[in-house]
Design a protein around this ligand. Structure first.
Ligand SMILES: [Zn+2]
Length: 80
């Protein structure tokens, strides 16, 4: 399988993509892998799978997922 080319960015140590399409491709692959695991043991936490891409101040594209903290805040709101 061909590897999606990525770079580093000045904003963080994260992988950075020069264009949106490369980022979306990488995101799709990451989600496919995660979904296979999710079917086995992560059904109870579907929100953990919400990955997104975003463009940072340096004009590079990064992958991100919902943070654990915001997940817990959402769960607390639901339970209240
Ligand atoms: Zn960046």
């Amino acid at each position: 399988m061909k590897t999606v080319e990525f770079h580093t960015c000045e904003c963080s140590e994260k992988r950075a993509f020069a264009d949106r399409r490369s980022a979306e491709k990488a995101l799709g692959r990451a989600q496919a892998k995660r979904d296979r695991q999710a079917q086995r043991w992560e059904n109870r936490h579907p929100m953990n799978r919400e990955n997104r891409i975003y463009q940072c101040d340096y004009g590079m594209w990064h992958l991100t997922k919902q943070s654990r903290r915001s997940y817990e805040e959402g769960a607390a709101r639901l339970a209240a």
